[in-house]
Design a binder for this molecule. Structure first.
Ligand SMILES: NC(=O)c1ccc[n+]([C@@H]2O[C@H](COP(=O)([O-])OP(=O)(O)OC[C@H]3O[C@@H](n4cnc5c(N)ncnc54)[C@H](OP(=O)(O)O)[C@@H]3O)[C@@H](O)[C@H]2O)c1
Length: 352
C-alpha cells in the first residue's frame, strides 16, 4: 500500500463514504477513520485503504491518531458536537484541520481560535463542502466586482433529497430562529424572515432566508457588514418554516428532537448515485454599495453532495502540496474567488 496522505474522519457516514470512494478513485490514499470500528474496517477493506478507529471523547486517543498525519478532513457531524475535540488535537499535533460544517456557531468558534492556530502553524478551514465553497467563492468574486459593497445577498438552490446527517444537523438547529449579519454583527431574525424572487438561471423562484454558513464566513472573506442568505424552497416548506416560529420552544424539547431523529433514520441515508448524477446545484449572489450600484453573478454545478466531495478533496490536494496558510481561513481567503472554477462541472456567469 503506498504511504497514506490524509485522515478522513467519519468515513462511514453518507458523505464520508462518498468522499472516501472519490479519494480512492483519485489515488489520494486516505486513512479511513471513525468511531465505529466495524463499518470503518468494512469500507477500508473494500477500498484497500488503511484505517483507524477512535472516538472523539478520548483526547489522548485523538492526539495519538493525528500525530503522524499532516491533514485531517473531518466529515462527522453535527460539528457543534464533534469539531472542538478534533481542533484541540490538531493544534497540539500541528495537523491542518478541514471540515464540511455549515453551522454558523462552529465557524465562529474556529474564527475565535485564529491566533492560536497561527501560533501553532496550523490551518483551520471549516466549510469545505457545498456549504460554503461555492457561495464563499461567489461572495469574493462579487466583492472583487464591487469593492465598495456594503450589502451581500446570497441564495442557494439544490435538487434532490438530503442525507441523514444534514437532516439531523438541521433538526438540532431548529427552533433557534434565523440569523443574518447586520452592521458586522450576527443578528437574530425570525425563522423564514424574508422571501424574495430570485433567478438562478432558469426563471424566477421564491427563496426564503435561512441561517446558512455564509452569514458567518462571507464577512471574514469580504468584510461586507450586511449579509443575508436565502434558499429556494417549495411553498409547503416555506409555510412550515414560518409556522415553526410559534413552535420554537417545542422544537428544541428533547422528546420532540428524539422523535424527529427516529423519523430521519427510517429514510434512505442520502441521495442515490443516480439521483446525484441527475442533480444540480445553483448559487446566486448580489452586492450593493451605498450609492445604489449593484452587481449580480451566479454559479451552477453538480449536485450538492457530489460537489461537497469534489470541493473537499480539491482543498485536501492543495493542503497536501503545502498550500495551507496558518490560522482561521475561508475557502476564498485560502485559495481565491476562482478556486470554485477548478471543480469539474462548475460554471460562473456575471448577470449584471
Ligand atoms: N457542508 C456541506 O455542504 C455538507 C455536505 C454534506 C454533509 N454535511 C454535514 O456533514 C455531517 C455528516 O453528514 P452525513 O450526511 O455524512 O451524515 P451521516 O450519514 O449521518 O454520518 C454521520 C457521521 O458522523 C459520525 N458521528 C456523528 N456524531 C459523532 C460523534 N459524536 N463522534 C464521532 N463520530 C460521530 C457518524 O459516526 P457513527 O456512524 O459512528 O454514528 C458518521 O460517520 C452533517 O453534519 C452534515 O450536515 C455538510
Amino acid at each position: 500500500m503506498p504511504s497514506a496522505s490524509f485522515l478522513l474522519y467519519g468515513a462511514n457516514g453518507y458523505t464520508g463514504a462518498l468522499v472516501a470512494r472519490m479519494a480512492a478513485r483519485l489515488g489520494l490514499n486516505p486513512i479511513l477513520a471513525g468511531r465505529d470500528r466495524g463499518s470503518i474496517v468494512q469500507l477500508a477493506t473494500e477500498l484497500e485503504l488503511e484505517h483507524r478507529a477512535f472516538a472523539l471523547d478520548d483526547a489522548s486517543a485523538v492526539e495519538a491518531n493525528l500525530k503522524d498525519v499532516p491533514v485531517i478532513l473531518h466529515c462527522a457531524g453535527p460539528f457543534s458536537r464533534t469539531s472542538q475535540p478534533m481542533v484541540d488535537a490538531c493544534l497540539r499535533t500541528q495537523t491542518h484541520y478541514l471540515d464540511i460544517t455549515g453551522e454558523i456557531a462552529v465557524f465562529e468558534s474556529l474564527a475565535a481560535r485564529d491566533a492560536e492556530a497561527r501560533g501553532a502553524g496550523v490551518m483551520l478551514l471549516p466549510g469545505v463542502g457545498f456549504d460554503v465553497v461555492p457561495s464563499d467563492c461567489l461572495a469574493a468574486h462579487l466583492k472583487r466586482r464591487l469593492p465598495a459593497a456594503t450589502k451581500l445577498t446570497l441564495a442557494i438552490q439544490g435538487t434532490g433529497r438530503i442525507s441523514h446527517g444534514t437532516a439531523t444537523t438541521m433538526i438540532e438547529n431548529m427552533g433557534r430562529g434565523g440569523l443574518i449579519r447586520r452592521g458586522g454583527r450576527l443578528t437574530p431574525v425570525p425563522t423564514a424572515w424574508r422571501t424574495r424572487r430570485i433567478d438562478f438561471g432558469r426563471g424566477e423562484v421564491s427563496a426564503t432566508t435561512i441561517p446558512w454558513g455564509d452569514v458567518a464566513t462571507a464577512f471574514y472573506s469580504t468584510g461586507i457588514p450586511n449579509i443575508e442568505v436565502y434558499a429556494a424552497l417549495p411553498q409547503s416548506a416555506r409555510r412550515m418554516m414560518a409556522a415553526s416560529r410559534w413552535l420554537n420552544p417545542l422544537l428544541t424539547a428533547p422528546a420532540v428532537q428524539a422523535f424527529l431523529k427516529r423519523r430521519i433514520k427510517a429514510r434512505p441515508a442520502g441521495p442515490s448515485d443516480e439521483e446525484r448524477a441527475r442533480g444540480a446545484s445553483f448559487v446566486w449572489g448580489e452586492v450593493e454599495d451605498d450609492g445604489g450600484a449593484k452587481c449580480v453573478s451566479r454559479l451552477s454545478g453538480p449536485e450538492g453532495y457530489t460537489l461537497t466531495a469534489q470541493a473537499a478533496l480539491a482543498v485536501v490536494e492543495r493542503t497536501l502540496k503545502g498550500d495551507a496558510p496558518a490560522g482561521f481561513q475561508t475557502p476564498s481567503l485560502a485559495y481565491g474567488a476562482d478556486f470554485i472554477l477548478e471543480l469539474e462541472g462548475v460554471t460562473r456567469e456575471d448577470v449584471s
